[in-house]
Ligand binder design. Structure first.
Ligand SMILES: NC(=O)c1ccc[n+]([C@@H]2O[C@H](COP(=O)([O-])OP(=O)(O)OC[C@H]3O[C@@H](n4cnc5c(N)ncnc54)[C@H](O)[C@@H]3O)[C@@H](O)[C@H]2O)c1
Ligand SMILES: [Zn+2]
Ligand SMILES: [Zn+2]
Length: 397
């Protein structure tokens, strides 16, 4: 089969690799029809190379048609149309029972001290071959795959694999009170969808912040207030003042950080440097080099912006082991912090409802590009560089 294969930093290729086969009685093989490229894939493309091996198949946002099932998969049949959640979970362990599928104890990658295995996501998460391919072996197929009806286009359902449940969880974790306010940092696919879901669920004030003009415009067109971070390049305090003005003088009840470890081009970056700047150079340098200190720009902005006693919902992925944090401010402002990989299976029912009844979130027009799988290298490039208006790219094998 053809698959998108990682070879090195900014080097992905489409290659012919062996077809997957059923390896366990709980496996299924799915023929992929649409498969997304995610901001998380950009971390693999850019900074997580030490955890990758040349030859790894990428991708964790696939849907398609079941080809074959193992003997213990009674819930699926060849021909079923399914979406595959990005985390692999069993549905019957202590964690799955409480809706913490991203911590599934059956698939936890214990050698690495990580949570549930993920498709196409580094040694840290089990090095499971991913879904940017013609065929995918799905472990724990007795539980994971989400059956969807025939008829509507793939675009209607494909985001159930990641974007929708991830954004849904981020909004749940933000826990905005009735009539309250929310700031969303980062308007890539995840932040954009957070804004849409928050609006749909009646959050009073939603403000989206980014620095890419077409991403800001796209969210503005959905009726969300937006702020262009690049206008505040010179004066960090002005962003805080502007947001406070729009949120009753105190700041928003909650902030979603939908940026994560690669925050870049941000005026708040200076703040991050101030934090590491307080450490002796020798220590800071070691941290930067060895411990993979995140660029915490967006997270630090969230800490500044959120009102006292408010909530930060961290959906962007961070990876440092020893990131220096302003504990004084977090403590003094009494900030509540919730984070983690999405528990995809947990949010499937409300998300299915959101894509089934009309299309209130606009998922059918969400993708900016639908390209053949063979165009993956170019697709990664334009998504990473934010060129050609690329926000969400679906590959179609
Ligand atoms: N928790 C989960 O389960 C989960 C699932 C999917 C994705 N993610 C993570 O969510 C994040 C967003 O994913 P995406 O697909 O939308 O990625 P993306 O890279 O397309 O979006 C990030 C956006 O943040 C903007 N940005 C950069 N620095 C900023 C700053 N300082 N302030 C405000 N905006 C800034 C960028 O311009 C970009 O538009 C990534 O870190 C990804 O790994 C988490
Ligand atoms: Zn994803
Ligand atoms: Zn489990």
């Amino acid at each position: 089969m053809r698959a998108v294969v990682w070879h090195g930093k900014r080097d992905v290729r489409v290659e012919t690799v062996p077809d997957p086969t059923i390896e366990a009685p709980t496996d299924a093989i799915v023929r992929i029809t649409s498969t997304g490229i995610c901001g998380s894939d950009l971390h693999l493309y850019e900074v997580l190379a030490p955890f990758m091996t040349a030859g790894d198949i990428l991708g964790h946002e696939p849907m398609g048609v079941v080809e074959e099932v193992g003997s213990e998969v009674s819930t699926l049949r060849p021909g079923d149309r399914v979406v595959i959640p990005f985390n692999i979970s069993c549905g019957h362990c202590f964690m799955c029972d409480q809706g913490l599928q991203s911590q599934c104890e059956t698939t936890q990658v214990r050698e690495q001290g990580s949570g549930a295995a993920l498709f196409g996501y580094t040694k840290l998460y089990g090095q499971v071959p991913g879904g940017q391919a013609e065929l995918l072996r799905v472990p724990q197929a007795q539980y994971g795959p989400i059956k969807v009806p025939d008829g509507p286009p793939d675009d209607r359902f494909v985001y159930l694999s990641d974007v929708l449940p991830t954004a849904y969880q981020a909004v749940e974790y933000a826990d905005v009170p009735q009539g309250g306010s929310l700031v969303v940092l980062g308007l890539g696919p995840i932040g954009d969808m957070c804004c849409r879901i928050a609006r749909h669920r009646g959050v009073g004030t939603v403000i989206g912040i980014d620095l890419v003009p077409d991403r800001l415009e796209r969210v503005r067109q959905r009726g969300v207030d937006v702020l262009d971070l690049s206008h505040f390049e010179k004066a960090e305090g002005e962003l805080l003042a502007t947001v406070r003005e729009q949120t009753g003088g105190r700041g928003p009840d909650a902030v979603i950080d939908a940026v994560g470890m690669e925050a870049h081009g941000s005026p708040m970056g200076k703040l991050a440097h101030q934090v590491t700047g307080r450490l002796p150079d020798r220590v800071a340098g070691k941290l930067m080099e060895r411990a993979g200190v995140d660029r915490l720009a967006a997270f630090l902005t969230a800490i500044e912006l959120v009102r006292r006693g408010g909530t930060i919902s961290l959906v962007g992925v961070y990876g440092g082991m020893t990131d220096p944090l302003p504990m004084l401010k977090l403590f003094d402002k009494q900030i509540q912090l919730r984070m983690g990989q999405a528990n995809v299976r947990r949010w499937v029912d409300p998300c299915l409802e959101l894509v089934s009844d009309g299309d209130p979130l606009g998922v059918e027009d969400f993708a900016t590009h639908r390209w053949p799988l063979t165009e993956a290298p170019k697709a990664y490039e334009i998504f990473q560089k934010k060129e050609d208006g690329a926000v969400k790219i679906l590959l179609q094998p």
